[in-house]
Design a protein around this ligand. Structure first.
Ligand code: DLL
Length: 436
């Protein structure tokens, strides 16, 4: 098999050399943040740490954590570490209100991001001979922009399809002989189903590989996608806060994702105590960006639960591997690829009902498609037995939710007192999907 490295020197670097590189970059990055981000400097001062205390990666644990709450507090420019005039791009998380995260990039940051994605595309077998169909959403979401940039960097012919319009996707895939498909795993499965319905067999399709991420997916789902599309399906991980996709990527061994450690230092912590856990422990993933100029988050708590391992990989890479995320240490759900916080739904319900109602979010997966239902209890004074009133209200809530989240939910108004009460925390979410 052809060599599948984009940057062989880095991807196969010995651990001691990598730690040296990380240490040098960390020391410089801490100074850069201290000098340019008063918000983080204050956090360091509160902890009694100065850049002089950070001499190598062994001192990383001394630095304070950052969380989504910090990003909200400092929105929009408080974490910016470069002059705005040096920034060339912003990207953002999904959702139109509430917990939006805005990430800034200088041209250097865009380049390093695209470089990380180029490694992922190369590991999936991509070369300049390939035609890459990017069916992640374009726009503020990092999926489209990230895979697009990486594909250009490798020199692939890039089809900037964005998501949706599945028949047109298939038409282009066949006409322009796309060999690599990039989208969420649920959209890949849907494209597969549509192809089958149109009478195509896996061998009729030009695809050879897929690069899928942005949401949890199981091994069973991988096998199904691989069978219906006749491809090898590779996982890719990332988050807006750390650039986007490409923080970690799968190689041909398909047993976890290699983290681009020359750009991101990964730690696993106990989500309750913040204590750093030894390699092999299951805990919350924390990233420190050591090369970014504009938005260099130090010790950022991702809330994703996973395990890191440094076992030998048959691909030859020495980069540490993370398992697929096994869950979250907060209440964020990913439904149809969109990040959803129950509090965003509650806000709409409060607005539409003028009072906090009892509600329950029920998420399931039928085949490979997520289903999303919100059961809302009508209060006694609102109770209406005319079906027309009920369906008007359901429609209004549905439209408002879609405006906020960007995805549609089935709204079911249910009778007063029919949602089970809890003596402790209310059970707001019932997630029936088996994602790990
Ligand atoms: O989802 C970036 C991305 C785009 C990754 C395209 C891969 C491909 P956010 O919208 O900020 O960024 O969501 C980040 O999505 O903290 C995880 O919980 C989840 N996530 C991302 N990749 C995976 C994956 C993009 N491969 C959040 N498996 C992260 C499971 C994933 N969950």
């Amino acid at each position: 098999m052809a060599q599948r490295y984009w940057n062989e020197k880095i991807e196969k670097m010995e651990l001691a050399e990598m730690r040296k590189l990380q240490s040098e970059r960390l020391v410089a990055q801490v100074k850069h943040v201290w000098d340019n981000v008063p918000y983080y400097r204050k956090k360091m001062e509160e902890k009694g740490v100065t850049p002089d205390d950070i001499k190598s990666i062994d001192d990383l644990h001394k630095l304070p954590f950052l969380s989504k709450a910090d990003l909200r507090d400092s929105y929009p420019y408080g974490m910016l570490a470069a002059p705005l005039s040096d920034c060339v791009r912003i990207q953002s998380t999904s959702g139109t209100t509430g917990k939006r995260v805005v990430s800034f990039y200088t041209q250097h940051d865009v380049d390093l991001w695209e470089d990380c994605v180029a490694r992922a595309i190369t590991a999936a077998g991509g070369t300049k001979e390939d035609v890459v169909q990017v069916a992640y959403g374009y726009g503020l979401f990092t999926g489209g922009a990230g895979l697009h940039g990486g594909s250009h960097k490798v020199g692939c012919l890039t089809l900037p399809m964005s998501s949706g319009n599945t028949e047109r996707q298939i038409q282009f895939m066949m006409d322009l002989k796309a060999t690599i498909l990039c989208c969420t795993p649920s959209y890949a499965a849907y494209i597969g189903e549509t192809l089958q319905e149109m009478g195509y067999k896996p061998e009729d399709i030009p695809l050879k590989a897929g690069i899928f991420g942005a949401e949890p997916w199981t091994q069973a789902m991988r096998e199904q996608i691989e069978a219906t599309l006749g491809i090898k399906a590779y996982d890719i991980y990332g988050l807006t806060e750390t650039s986007g996709p490409g923080v970690a990527f799968e190689c041909e061994e398909q047993s976890g994702m290699h983290i681009n450690e020359d750009h991101f230092i990964a730690e696993i912590i106990d989500p309750d105590t913040g204590e750093v856990l030894p390699e092999g422990s299951k805990g919350e993933l924390v990233f420190t960006s050591i090369t970014k100029e504009a938005f260099p988050l130090l010790r950022y708590r991702t809330r994703d639960i996973c395990i890191l391992s440094r076992g030998k990989c048959s691909c030859g890479r020495t980069l540490v591997k993370m398992t697929k995320p096994m869950g979250r240490s907060d209440d964020m759900l990913i439904i149809k690829g969109v990040n959803v916080f129950p509090s965003q739904i509650e806000e709409v319900l409060i607005k539409d009902f003028k009072a906090a109602p009892n509600y329950q979010i029920v998420v399931d997966r039928v085949g490979t498609t997520d289903t999303f239902e919100i059961k809302v209890e009508i209060s006694d004074d609102m109770f209406s037995d005319t079906i027309k009133d009920i369906s008007t209200l359901e429609k209004k809530i549905g439209t408002d939710i879609q405006q906020i989240l960007g995805i549609r939910a089935k709204i079911s108004l249910v009778e007063p007192k029919s949602i089970p009460r809890s003596e402790g925390k209310a059970v707001r979410v019932i997630d029936k999907r088996k994602l790990v």
